[in-house]
Structure formats: structure tokens, C-alpha cells
Design a protein around this ligand. Structure first.
Ligand SMILES: [Fe+2]
Ligand SMILES: [Fe+2]
Length: 491
């Protein structure tokens, strides 16, 4: 196998390998110790015992990991952190830690830190003080300053590299994107099959549905950015199917932010994918009707929540069962928290957490999509704003906040105008919660309106010299006015 092939192979089987999981475990401890030391330095004077203790611990954890693996390289690439080429997984417990370190490295212009043998606590103190210090310099200058300060102090434990995209990163990113594409298109195909089967009175294969949801949960846990990016590529003709898949992706990603376990995410995903299954019992011409619905037609439409419960109930003929939670979500996803909405609640009830999550994902996807009867799709940022500010939407505000934290103020696929008068499409949100309005963008035209091809990728959260930002979003723009399909820039 070629070297490149081996790299791809190691990316693919990541997680299966014992060595990978050892590095991951050790890497996580290293990151936690790193973060604890940074915090201690920020809070106390250097001679304080808390600082001394955390730095001694960091030096020890690093040395143990280095000795075990025979090397220690800490590297950041995009939104990922690698220890000796193994990517560390981001989860709720380490979200703040990883996000903070990632931002610090970006702002310091550091791509990688190689840690040599027997690094002393003193060496770490010096490095971390430099990293955590206030600065007005741009990342590239900051990097040079840190390197020369280390040289002056004759600290040879660390060798720093500026950010470079290595072969492994490129392959990793491509592999991650390809995996997300596969998951997405398989999910749409199976959903299409399920909805069409129910429409002609057949019972779909539940195992297939469960596999799809498992695939989405795994993908979100492994690398959610690519999959969330795909939700923004809206296919007008396939709305019914992509809508269910998108709602499933958003719900799982939101559930993950709320700290749900893998099993809970799976239940949530299943319910989300099936939330509109009742629509397959509503006549097609009614679903696609362009004009206003008559009272009679609206009754049909508004019946889809409980029709969905019936469909799921009939699935029980198979050995495999769909949980009652999925039925609850079918029933409740158009109820509002004040119990207006439909169907009317007969007696007081609490809308379930899963239903609240799904109704946020559902509302967002429906409002940002274009459909036969709705030619205008709203800008994603305007939809989020409305979800937050309009109480009549009847959404749970804490969950809406978490949703905005997930997608950023300018979600993927938003067309934005910058203060430089350049035009850009948002391609990913920033992991750093302080950078909600500073996503990663692709600049598609210059100030004069000339197209830039290929588009220029820029992380808006990285400042220039003097701590100033070179570009800031000033407003969102209507893609139709510019004849642009944002989805074209996300593939
Ligand atoms: Fe619905
Ligand atoms: Fe829906």
C-alpha cells in the first residue's frame, strides 16, 4: 500500500485501532491538563501553589504520553485537534476545553507544537504564559514573537510550526466530506423509499430506517460540520425527503449540544426522521397545492400528526418496533409550548423534550426551504431571529438559544455582505462560542462585484495586526437578487 493509501486507511479505521484509542485517551488528559494550567496562570500569580501544581501535572502527563508514544506532536487543523496524527473527538465534556485551546492556537499563529523529551514544568510555564498573554499582534507576527522568546530563554523542549495543511489533513478533510455525502444521500434514498412505501400501503423495512439514523448519529458525533453543511444544499424537487433528513440532522446535533447520550440521540433521530410520516397519508395534490387551502383541505393537512402515529403503530407488525417516543413526536411536533397549534390538546400536558427539539429543527428547515407553494425561502439568519423574537412561534427559548449556538448567527448557506463590500457565503460556523457572528466564509466576489474563482476561504474570527478584524459581516443579502445559489459553494 502506498503511503497516501495508508494514511487514508488509518483515517478510515480510526476508532477501531487500539493504539488510536490509547493516544486519544492520553491526548484528552493532556488537553485537560493544558487547559487547567492555562486557567491557573490566568487566575493566580506564577508562584501560587495552584499554578505550580497544574504545571507539574501538565509536564508529567505530557512526558508520560511522549514516552509511551515515543513522540508528542500536538497539531491543530481547521476545527480539529490531532495528537500524533490521531484526531481527538470533540464531545460535550471537552467542548469548552478544546474550543479554548483551538482559538488560542489560531490567534497565536501556531499550527503544531512538538514536545521533546523531559520537558520541565518551568518550560511549560514559559510557553503557557506566552500563549495566554494579551496581544495586539496578528497571528503570523505573534507566532514569530513566541518562537523568538523561546529561543532567547533557551527553551528547547518545544518546536513550533506555523499552520500548514498537510497531506493527512487534506485527506482527512476529503474523507470526512465524502463520508458526510455518503451518509446524506443514503439517508435521503431510504427516507424516499419509506415515504413512498407507506403511500402505496406497504410497510417499509424498519431495520433500514434504524441503520440510517445510526449512520447520522455516528456522523454527527464524529464530524458534524460537513453534515450540517449539506442541509443547506436544498433540492427543490426532493423537499419532502430532504426535509425529514435535515430535521433529523439538526435534531441530533442539537441533542448532542444538550449532552444527550448516544442512545438518546438515536431515539431522538428516529423520531425526527419519522416526524412527518403522517403526510404520506395526505393526498399528494394537497401537499403540493400552490394556493391557499380550503377548510376541508386544511383539516386533512392538520391531521398529519395523528395520521403519523397510526402509521408508526402499524409498523409494529414487524418484529422491530419503533419507540413510543417517535409516536409522541409525531403527535406533538406542531403543538406549541402553550399548547396552541395542532392537534388541540384535550387536557393539560407538557410537550416532551424530544418534540420541542424536533419542532425547532422542523420550523427552521421549513422556513429556510423553498417549496412548490412557497417560492420565497427566508434567509437562515432571519429565520433564527424570528424563532427567537416571536413568542407566537411557541418554541422553547432555552432550546432556541442552544440552536443558535449550534448554527451561529449566520448559519451555513447564508449570503453575506462584508464591510469590505465583498460578497460571501457562510461555509461553517465557528466552534468558539464567542465567535457566533464570525463564521468561516467563502468570498465569492470582490468589492466591484467581480466573481472570485475559486472562492477565497476566510475565518472571520482571526484578527489582523493590532487585533483588528480585516472583515466583518455587515448584513445578509438575498441570493436571488444576485442570481446566486449558495448551495453551489458548499459542495
Ligand atoms: Fe409536520
Ligand atoms: Fe416537518
Amino acid at each position: 500500500m502506498s503511503a497516501a493509501g495508508e494514511v487514508t486507511e488509518s483515517v478510515r479505521s480510526e476508532g477501531d485501532r487500539q493504539s488510536g484509542s490509547n493516544v486519544r485517551r492520553g491526548g484528552r488528559s493532556f488537553m485537560i491538563a493544558f487547559y487547567a494550567a492555562l486557567r491557573a496562570i490566568k487566575l493566580y500569580p506564577l508562584e501560587h501553589s495552584a499554578v505550580q501544581k497544574t504545571l507539574a501535572e501538565l509536564a508529567q502527563v505530557a512526558e508520560e504520553l511522549r514516552a509511551e508514544e515515543e513522540e508528542l506532536e500536538f497539531r491543530v487543523s481547521g476545527e480539529f485537534i490531532f495528537i500524533n496524527s490521531t484526531r481527538l473527538r470533540l464531545d460535550l465534556s471537552n467542548y469548552a476545553t478544546f474550543g479554548h485551546i483551538l482559538t488560542l492556537c489560531k490567534l497565536s499563529g501556531i499550527g503544531a507544537i512538538h514536545v521533546g523529551p523531559h520537558g520541565a514544568a518551568r518550560d511549560w510555564t514559559f510557553l503557557l504564559s506566552l500563549l495566554g498573554g494579551e496581544t495586539q499582534s496578528a497571528p503570523a507576527e505573534r507566532y514569530k514573537e513566541i518562537v523568538s522568546r523561546l529561543t532567547e530563554a533557551k527553551i528547547e523542549t518545544f518546536q513550533l510550526d506555523a499552520p500548514t495543511e498537510t497531506q493527512t489533513d487534506r485527506e482527512f478533510n476529503e474523507e470526512a466530506k465524502a463520508a458526510a455525502n455518503r451518509t446524506y444521500s443514503q439517508s435521503v434514498a431510504v427516507t424516499k423509499d419509506v415515504i413512498n412505501s407507506v403511500r402505496i400501503g406497504k410497510t417499509p423495512n424498519i431495520r433500514k430506517i434504524k441503520r440510517v439514523v445510526q449512520g447520522i448519529v455516528d456522523q454527527v458525533l464524529n464530524e458534524e460540520t460537513s453534515l450540517i453543511g449539506l442541509t443547506a444544499i436544498r433540492d427543490y424537487d426532493e423537499y419532502t425527503f430532504t426535509h425529514s433528513v435535515n430535521v433529523c440532522i439538526f435534531s441530533i446535533a442539537l441533542g448532542r449540544r444538550l449532552g444527550m447520550t448516544k442512545l438518546q440521540l438515536y431515539e431522538l433521530g428516529l423520531a425526527a426522521l419519522m416526524h412527518d410520516i403522517g403526510k404520506s397519508r395526505v393526498p399528494l395534490d394537497l401537499l403540493q397545492k400552490a394556493g391557499e387551502l380550503t377548510d376541508e383541505e386544511w383539516k386533512w393537512m392538520a391531521a398529519h400528526p395523528w395520521l403519523g402515529v397510526l402509521v408508526l403503530f402499524q409498523f409494529r407488525r414487524q418484529q422491530e418496533e419503533l419507540s413510543y417516543r417517535a409516536m409522541t413526536v409525531c403527535h406533538e411536533h406542531h403543538m406549541k409550548i402553550d399548547l396552541t397549534g395542532y392537534p388541540k390538546a384535550i387536557r393539560p400536558r407538557q410537550v416532551s423534550l424530544l418534540s420541542k427539539i424536533v419542532s425547532i429543527a422542523d420550523g427552521y428547515d421549513a422556513a429556510t426551504s423553498r417549496r412548490v407553494y412557497k417560492t420565497e425561502a427566508l434567509a437562515p439568519s432571519a429565520v433564527l431571529e424570528e424563532m427567537r423574537d416571536n413568542p407566537r412561534r411557541g418554541l422553547d427559548q432555552v432550546l432556541v438559544k442552544a440552536f443558535i449556538n449550534l448554527l451561529g448567527i449566520y448559519p451555513v448557506g447564508t449570503l453575506v455582505v462584508l464591510d469590505t463590500f465583498e460578497l460571501a457565503v457562510v461555509s461553517a460556523s465557528n466552534q468558539n462560542p464567542d465567535a457566533l457572528s464570525r463564521p468561516i466564509i467563502k468570498i465569492i466576489s470582490d468589492a466591484q462585484g467581480n466573481r472570485i474563482s475559486p472562492p477565497l476561504a476566510v475565518d472571520l474570527a482571526i484578527p489582523e495586526a493590532g487585533g483588528q478584524y480585516a472583515r466583518t459581516i455587515i448584513k445578509t443579502a438575498d441570493p436571488d437578487r444576485y442570481g446566486i445559489t449558495p448551495g453551489d459553494y458548499l459542495l
